[in-house]
Write a protein that binds this ligand. Structure first.
Ligand code: GDR
Length: 341
């Protein structure tokens, strides 16, 4: 029997990669977006699957809209990627963030609870929930310390999933995914901002790039690898939460240095703090500056995940490492012009 999956946030990076993965497994895929996101079809086009997905509009703020979809289709698995997912934006819009990112999964869970048939639910939890980390590396048992309205909202969703699982016997699972990137990552996130910005600089289309805290460290994996883990989590006999990460951590500065190397630029760092700059030694031009505007009111300094449980229970491990990831993103941004925004 062909399974039907509902992916919320279909036009985002993870929505697109998971849709491709599920289509290969012969799923029928329904993809939803909020109204204002409808024109962002480029990722699905890039993966060549835009015509294979049933597209629907659905606001996570409106339970009636969620209900309507569950009445229209017989859904087997729900993957909830829809969220206000920008950490920095969440400091300016804590209420909107909470309504979508925290209450959104709750609304879907409520609809599922009232359905007669069994529906599995996946929630995109985040390593941001560890925030000001209590221990390193972080695993499923590490206590949380969220540092932004985004992270607090994700934590609400995370515990709500656990409650629905334990109280209503619903197959509900959370993947605590550490940062995962790709050529399809949005330009607002730091990795893509760097690979796109430096590519433009090398082509002479941009003079310099401005960034915030380049000393924060993240555990960066490849989104294409991570959607496989997500699907595997949903095929378990019993629902459980899993950390999905590479186990390695690098600073933003490391990411810049690796990008520069991939582009064949010769550069050197100069100065300290707000005055630190990256100089292209070929022409002595400053190509990276620090701007206060990109600092956050509260920073998450270091994330490093321990995905031993996923390795053991769902036999998952990442295939792409840090260097391969940077190379993939640089090659895409520098050599290809087919990604239109
Ligand atoms: P993050 O990703 O907040 O970890 O959340 P992001 O790429 O935005 O930031 C990573 C780190 O880079 C620092 N930084 C900058 N960040 C941005 N966006 N722009 C800059 O100019 C800049 N300069 C430095 C940040 O301060 C931060 O420390 C991502 C999102 O996808 C979440 O939705 C997801 O839950 C987590 O990853 C896992």
């Amino acid at each position: 029997m062909r399974k039907t999956a509902l992916i919320t946030g279909i036009s985002g990076q993870d929505g697109a990669y998971l849709a491709k993965y599920l289509l290969k497994k012969k799923y029928k895929v329904i993809g939803t977006d909020r109204r204002s996101a409808r024109n962002t079809n480029w990722r699905l086009r890039y993966l060549g699957i835009d015509k294979e997905i049933l597209r629907e509009e659905m606001e996570l703020g409106e339970i009636n809209e969620i209900n309507r979809l569950f009445e229209k289709y017989k859904i087997d698995e729900v993957y909830n990627f829809a969220a206000q997912s920008f950490v920095s934006t969440s400091f300016n819009s804590p209420l909107t963030t909470s309504n979508v990112t925290a209450l959104g999964p709750l609304r879907i869970l409520e609809v599922i609870r009232n359905q007669k048939n069994k529906i599995k639910f996946y929630q995109a939890s985040s390593s941001e929930m560890y925030g000001k980390v209590i221990e390193t590396p972080q695993n499923e048992k590490t206590p949380f310390y969220p540092r932004s309205p985004y992270a607090v909202s994700k934590l609400y969703g995370h515990f709500m999933v656990r409650n629905y699982r334990e109280s209503y016997n619903i197959f509900a699972t959370s993947g605590i995914l550490f940062n995962h990137e790709s050529p399809l990552r949005g330009e607002e996130f730091v990795t893509r901002k760097i690979t796109l910005g430096l590519s433009k600089i090398k082509k002479g289309e941009l003079n310099y790039l401005e960034l915030g805290n380049i000393y924060a460290k993240r555990d960066w994996g490849y989104a294409g690898d991570y959607v496989e883990a997500i699907w595997k989590m949903m095929q378990q006999r019993k629902p459980e939460d899993f950390v999905i990460s590479t186990g390695k951590t690098y600073s933003i500065k490391d990411f810049i240095n690796e990008s520069v190397k991939c582009l064949g630029l010769k550069c050197k760092w100069k100065g300290r703090g707000m005055k630190e700059v990256l100089i292209n030694t070929k022409n002595n031009k400053v190509i990276i500056k620090i701007n206060k505007k990109f600092f956050r009111p509260a920073e998450v300094d270091l994330l490093q995940g321990d995905a031993s449980k996923a390795k053991k229970m769902i036999k998952w491990r990442p295939k792409i490492n840090f260097k391969q990831l940077v190379k993939m993103m640089i090659e895409s941004d520098f050599y290809r012009s087919d990604i239109k925004f």
